[in-house]
Ligand binder design. Structure first.
Ligand SMILES: Nc1ncnc2c1ncn2[C@@H]1O[C@H](COP(=O)(O)OP(=O)(O)OP(=O)(O)O)[C@@H](O)[C@H]1O
Length: 344
């Protein structure tokens, strides 16, 4: 069992404990998420960072109970610490009343591609209003007025006209804003954002992130932001969980992880992009090699064959988790030497 942080429970919006989510295709099993534990703190941003295929989106889908049909939660707990008490999301029926009333109102999600959430055949205003009708007591004209307010608060010009338009009449950045407006319609306690700016240019990306920061500040929304970019982590995260091949290899506050990266994979991710605050002379290096075959995973540390610090022990068993502080933890047998700057 992996450990999580030792934070006061009142500060936590959602806890994931030892979550395992596997895919079954052609009689083969892909252990996409293989025992991850973390917490999302109220009013804070947790960034989940890692390369493509490491299990970030599957973790988000498991929380939302939106997993693809070939996958299922094998073990673990997903606990939403609601105002009504703790709710085990993993035990709720995917399309049952309880999950439907939480999804979209108390826990909302924004996707990489806004068209995943927006229906092309209905106007933007109608779609926001439908969400409000399902989850709030607003009715009639109030619904469209609220939709207009939401679009305005997302910085969409002429919202009175825009509510009448269809998604294809919006630019990519505006569609993303409209999706955030939909997600924020019911003032959710938790917002899960899965690479929300990947398809957008950098100016729009900065605006979307600014919008998310405002939501956190003004509404106290807890945010789980999925990204593969350490630059985004440095700018937005309060807490970070670094994922590799279905495991969290390092987690902690953003200061702990960025100032004292204790897993070679975290360091490799940091070295692969320029990160604000790390000085002018950053030595940018791509991570060597590629991720292993998910259907034929190594027995030990999943990063071992790409790691310059590998020992024989790394290949024998998955390293145990070491707690470096109440909030900082790592899975690496050489974490101590490594954090102190040892070179292979
Ligand atoms: N619908 C699916 N059917 C089969 N396997 C899937 C499906 N979705 C994800 N997987 C597998 O689950 C594992 C984790 O994938 P996941 O999408 O969570 O990665 P990710 O870290 O979010 O990557 P990306 O940054 O590319 O979105 C991968 O091995 C992937 O191939």
């Amino acid at each position: 069992m992996t450990t999580t942080t030792q934070l006061p429970v009142d500060d936590i919006a959602l806890s994931v404990r030892d979550l395992k989510t596997f895919f079954y295709t052609n009689k083969r099993c892909n252990k996409a998420v293989n025992g991850v534990s973390f917490e999302i703190r109220k009013g804070k941003t947790l960034c989940i960072v890692g390369e493509s295929g490491c299990g970030k989106s599957v973790t988000a889908s498991a929380i939302m109970q939106l997993l693809p049909t070939l996958s299922r939660i094998e073990e673990g707990e997903i606990i939403y610490h609601s105002e009504r008490g703790d709710i085990r999301l993993d035990t709720l029926e995917r399309n049952g009343k309880a999950m439907r009333s939480i999804r979209g109102s108390e826990i909302a999600m924004i996707f990489q591609d806004p068209m995943t959430a927006l229906n092309p055949v209905f106007t933007i205003g109608f779609q926001i209003a439908e969400n409000l009708r399902y989850h709030t007591a607003l009715r009639g004209r109030q619904l469209m007025d609220k939709a207009i307010d939401l679009l305005r608060s997302m910085g969409i010009p002429a919202p009175e006209r825009r509510v009448e338009q269809f998604p294809h009449q919006f630019s990519g950045g505006m569609r993303q804003r409209a999706m955030i407006a939909m997600a924020m319609a019911c003032n959710p306690k938790i917002l899960i954002a899965d690479e929300p700016t990947t398809a957008l240019d950098v100016t729009i990306q900065a605006q979307i992130f600014e919008l998310m920061a405002t939501l956190k500040r003004e509404h106290g929304t807890a945010i789980m932001l999925i990204t593969h970019d350490m630059g985004v982590v440095a700018e937005l995260a309060d807490d970070v969980a670094v994922m590799y091949m279905g495991n969290i290899v390092e987690a902690g506050t953003v200061d702990e992880v960025l100032r004292r990266p204790s897993h070679p994979y975290t360091r490799a991710l940091l070295d692969s992009v320029p990160v604000l605050g790390r000085g002018k002379n950053q030595d940018i290096r791509a991570i060597p090699g590629s991720t292993p075959d998910p259907f034929n995973r190594p027995k030990g540390c999943q990063f071992a064959d790409r790691c310059a610090y590998r020992l024989d022990a790394c290949e024998l068993a998955l390293p145990a988790e070491t707690q470096l502080s109440p909030t900082h933890r790592v899975r690496c047998v050489r974490h101590e030497e490594f954090a102190n700057g040892v070179r292979s």
